[in-house]
Design a protein around this ligand. Structure first.
Ligand SMILES: Cc1cc2nc3c(=O)[nH]c(=O)nc-3n(C[C@H](O)[C@H](O)[C@H](O)COP(=O)(O)OP(=O)(O)OC[C@H]3O[C@@H](n4cnc5c(N)ncnc54)[C@H](O)[C@@H]3O)c2cc1C
Length: 498
């Protein structure tokens, strides 16, 4: 039986960060990934040499001193990637179809406050209070400060109130509320369900700066792979844990892999969907209350994705990288309801990559979508789906194209869709039960699966445990990793690397 200090299950950004963090702290680590290659949502695919991101397009926090900058620097990754900051003034735009109006949302707090006050002069006080509160929440969150040795999650009052409650207390202006809730598309939960604290923690980075990474998620995967070579890390793809055996005193003695191999380890950290973790823990080990808690977790929104290119000279000259969100109306709660039958939100992500010496304009288009939309085909698999599913995809592609052309007519003659993915595609590529974009819904009053589980040498991290997005997923790994190596060693790590 092979022995490791730690086994990490799942190689998305959270598993990659977890593995490297533990190895950098002197531990012998094995990383297991069910797919034939590592990267999870960071993966990129190509068509005719053009790269398309699947689950990572842009992020906040990459500016010097930002949380992602700090985490990547601590892991020795930052110098291997090339951030591409979106133009401050043109990074984000929200088009409200019901108002027939485009709102440009810059990043950088002073410009952001000023722009919104320009749009809503009578709401100046509400705007200031909102941003002050976002900053205050993040300053009070221990896990957002990597130098903080405190190991508790440090819940604050805003962890027990929803975004809607806070916004309703500040303003009655529906358009302003929609714009301040618009980044809900970056975590996929209704404003009436997400806590104000988690909304703030996710949005802070996006209010400070917005960047993509040159080469997309692949650049991050490659940077991790390069670092792995320095630390003798073992990676096994096409591999997962099939069974946990010899459980005594709530401790797993042996982990049996799908390959038949058996391993022993001090800690096993799952960075996969909580419902997938539940499936692996033998019956009788967990309490009914625990099982019903995990079973009750709901899915965050998913996306129907179009992967497209823009012909050279097609609109927005000079803006190579930008994000435009199109909302049918101001009711974000309705848009994020799986039962809602109206138009969803669209997010258009523009980027440029060099392909064989030519600049290619790429546009990824995401439309909110839910498992309910494709449930009828849930028992089908990639490449073997029936005609009715293919018709559904074609019909959805066409309706998204027409909607984009009605808002941005200049794209009619130059937008070329090369592929599309439904929630089922995401489910099957990422081995998540419902194909949601951000794992489980982060709901007020809910206790996620995070940190040590009822089995003493089994831990949960990843986007469903703390916060979604690549920052949230990595934060969970730093948090769990810190509890494994313990405070003193962590202090040494911070001293050496930050
Ligand atoms: C369409 C889309 C767009 C997005 N856009 C952005 C964005 O622009 N910016 C951003 O910050 N976030 C974005 N996100 C969210 C972001 O991708 C995730 O929050 C984050 O990458 C999740 O990382 P993770 O490591 O927790 O999980 P994942 O990336 O899902 O990785 C989990 C890994 O575990 C593997 N796995 C599953 N089950 C098993 C098993 N039993 N054994 C072994 N391995 C297993 C999976 O194959 C996968 O590789 C987007 C997501 C989607 C779907």
């Amino acid at each position: 039986m092979k022995k490791y200090d730690d086994v990490v299950v799942g190689s998305g950004v959270s598993g990659l960060a977890m593995t490297l963090f533990l190895a950098m702290n002197g531990r012998r680590v094995l990383l297991l990934e069910k797919n034939h290659r590592i990267g999870g949502s960071l993966s990129v695919f190509t068509r005719d040499g053009v790269p398309f991101d699947t689950g990572f397009h842009f992020t906040g926090g990459l500016q010097k001193g930002g949380l992602l900058y700090e985490m990547l620097s601590a892991l020795g990754i930052y110098d291997s990637i090339e951030p591409v900051f979106l133009p401050e003034d043109n990074a984000n735009s929200f088009f409200l179809e019901s108002e027939n109006r485009l709102y440009k949302i810059p990043y950088g707090f002073p410009g952001l406050r000023e722009r919104l006050k320009g749009y809503f002069p009578s709401e100046a006080a509400a705007i200031d209070k909102y941003f002050d509160k976002v900053i205050q929440v993040c300053a009070q969150t221990p896990s957002m400060n990597l130098r903080n040795p405190a190991m508790n999650q440090g819940h604050i009052d805003e962890d027990f109130m929803t975004l809607d409650e806070v916004l309703n207390g500040l303003t009655g202006n529906k358009v302003l509320k929609a714009l301040l809730s618009g980044f809900a598309m970056c975590y996929g939960v209704k404003p009436q369900e997400i806590t104000f604290a988690n909304h703030s923690r996710i949005c802070l980075g996006l209010y400070e700066s917005v960047a993509r990474i040159h080469g997309g998620g692949n650049a991050l995967i490659e940077a991790f792979q390069k670092r792995f070579q320095d630390f003798d890390i073992e990676v096994s793809c096409g591999t997962t844990i099939a069974e946990m055996a010899d459980i005594r005193d709530n401790r797993v003695g042996r982990f049996i892999l799908n390959t038949g191999e058996e391993i022993e380890c001090e800690n096993c950290v799952f960075t996969i969907h909580p419902k997938e973790i539940l499936k692996l823990i033998p019956e009788g080990v967990l309490s009914k209350a625990f099982i019903s808690r995990v079973s009750s977790f709901e899915a965050s929104t998913g996306f129907f994705a179009l992967f497209a290119t823009l012909d050279p000279g097609c609109g927005d000259e000079g803006i190579d990288n930008s994000i435009v969100s199109i909302f049918p109306h101001t009711d974000i709660n309705q848009i994020l309801d799986p039962g809602y039958e109206g138009l969803g939100a669209l997010v258009l992500l523009r980027s440029v990559e060099e392909v064989n010496g030519t600049r290619k304009h790429i546009i990824n288009i995401l439309e909110t979508s839910f498992f309910e939309h494709v449930e009828v085909w849930k028992d089908t698999r990639r490449g073997l789906r029936p005609q009715a599913y293919l018709d559904y995809k074609l019909q959805r592609i066409e309706s998204i194209r027409e909607r984009i052309f009605s808002v941005l007519p200049k794209y009619r003659d130059c937008l070329r869709v090369v592929d599309a993915a439904s929630v089922l595609t995401f489910r099957d590529y990422l081995h998540s039960p419902d194909g949601s974009a951000y794992g489980i819904k982060q709901k007020v009053g809910q206790y996620n699966l995070f940190g040590k589980l009822p089995l003493r040498n089994v831990f949960a991290a990843g986007q469903s445990s703390l916060l979604p997005g690549i920052i949230g997923a990595m934060m969970s790994s730093f948090f769990v990793g810190r509890s494994i190596i313990k405070e003193e060693k962590y202090a040494g790590f911070v001293g050496r690397h930050l």
